[in-house]
Write a protein that binds this ligand. Structure first.
Ligand code: ASP
Length: 442
């Protein structure tokens, strides 16, 4: 019998998880049951993915750099990657701002709805938490994000899974391995090569568990929705964000087909397990190992390129997040601060949303924290901030799930473009299965 493709298994797990979540939501004690007995399996899955993220970045990047064998090629790839990332992010913000200005989802929202949302969420612990995190970020000096890239203790960076620091360290080690010459570098290069293989195998094994994990993750998301009435009132705004995100996916497909000459449908099919996991986990960092596996083994991007472009992308390239920030900022202004809606402010939003998406951590809800900084940059009144966040809080989780899909798809697209431009996009990639060598060792 033909095996069911991974993306179908995951989709079935997701649908069953959603149905199960709704059923549990409607019966007494159902939520507690999901929280105690189902959700932990989703957590285990995310833990496993996070567990391998740091060794994977380290091994794949060091292997990538040493395989390139040439420092000028690394520079070339780095510049191309950052250039395309910034360009796609700008496109995303412009799409977001255009939609929100044309559709105007916040204009004419009834006073009574605003009051209701204010009462329900303005003093919510979740909103307060985002504001606190944003103020911690804001208090840092202007060059703090730059300083943060350079670790003083690499073990601390591993412990904190500080992606940019690990990337910097891996690049540093890789370049020095090139500089000491092939012979002396060989033992360490072989070590990281082998580590890379081991971690990729771990991805295959963890993925066997994915259909069950997404069941648990989605059931847990469904039981967290308590106020469907407010959710419905925000549908107009949510549709704007989702519409923008769909346009962005369309833009990627166009890039894939025009620039890399590959079929967009084929691209979607190959990358879909990573997209589905991005949706279920709301974290591009947790999805990174799977994105790497799909991009290398299914889309045919050379490991040298994927190992660099994807970890960097997971942290600095968040097109979905920046598109969302543009729409959310203007939506909030349309509802409670219409006098702030000037052309200059919208230009400032373009610049700050770009920087904010680079600065956002690749974890659930990070985009909302950075939204506060975007709003502050245009002089949004501080006393209105809790109300502003309250306005969008109810729908943040589902929108976070959708924007994470775009973040991951954007990284995959750019990795294909960079690979194509360097002649490192292969036509017939060979996917490895978890049991390729099983017969020999069982
Ligand atoms: N959850 C998003 C990600 O991990 C970030 C965000 O927009 O909140 O890519």
């Amino acid at each position: 019998m033909k095996k069911l493709a991974m993306h179908w298994k995951i989709i079935i797990g997701m649908i069953l998880g959603i149905i199960f979540g709704f059923i549990m939501n409607s019966i007494d004690g159902g939520r507690e049951f999901v929280g105690d007995w189902v959700a932990p399996f989703g957590k285990i899955f995310i833990n496993l993915l996070k567990l391998i993220a740091v060794p994977l970045i380290l091994a794949s990047l060091i292997k990538g750099v040493t395989d390139l064998k040439d420092i000028s090629k690394i520079k070339n790839m780095g510049l191309r990657t950052i250039g395309i990332y910034v360009a796609t992010t700008l496109v995303a913000i412009v799409i977001g701002l255009s939609i929100v200005n044309i559709v105007k989802p916040g204009v004419g929202m009834p006073e009574e709805t605003i009051e209701k949302i204010k009462l329900r969420y303005a003093n919510d612990a979740g909103v307060a938490d985002k504001l606190m995190k944003a103020s911690a970020q804001k208090d840092a000096g202007p060059l703090q994000s730059l300083v943060d890239i350079f670790p003083s203790n690499i073990f601390q960076s591993f412990v904190e899974a500080s992606m940019l620091q690990v990337i910097f360290f891996a690049l540093f080690v890789g370049i020095c391995l090139l500089l000491i010459g092939e012979k002396k570098a060989k033992p360490l290069v072989d070590f990281f090569d082998s580590l890379n293989e081991v971690v990729m195998k771990m991805v295959d094994l963890i993925m066997l568990f994915a259909p069950y994990a997404v069941f648990a993750l989605l059931a847990n998301v469904i039981i967290a929705f308590d106020d469907t009435e407010i959710l419905i009132k925000l549908l107009y705004y949510a549709f704007c964000v989702v519409g923008g995100l769909i346009l962005m996916i369309g833009f990627y497909l166009l890039l894939v087909s025009v620039y890399t000459k590959k079929s967009p449908l084929w691209f979607l099919k190959q990358i879909s397990p990573a997209q589905l996991l991005a949706f279920s986990t709301s974290s591009s960092a947790a999805t990174l190992p799977v994105t790497m596996e799909r991009v290398e083994e299914h889309l045919g991007v050379d490991g040298e390129v994927a190992g660099f472009v994807l970890p960097v992308g997971a942290t600095v390239n968040m097109d979905g997040t920046s598109l969302y920030q543009g729409i959310a900022a203007v939506f909030i202004m349309q509802v409670i601060w219409p006098e702030g809606l000037t052309f200059t402010n919208q230009l400032v939003i373009v610049a700050t949303a770009l920087l904010a998406s680079i600065g956002s951590a690749a974890v659930p809800s990070a985009g909302m924290v950075m939204l506060v900084i975007v709003l502050e940059s245009i002089g949004f009144p501080a006393e209105l901030l809790p109300i502003g966040l309250a306005l969008i809080f109810a729908v943040d989780r589902p929108l976070d799930m959708c924007r994470t899909v775009v973040n991951v798809t954007g990284d995959a697209t750019v990795s294909m473009m960079v690979a194509k431009s360097l002649g490192k996009l292969h036509d017939n990639p060979q996917a490895k299965e978890w049991d390729d060598n099983y017969e020999d060792v069982k």
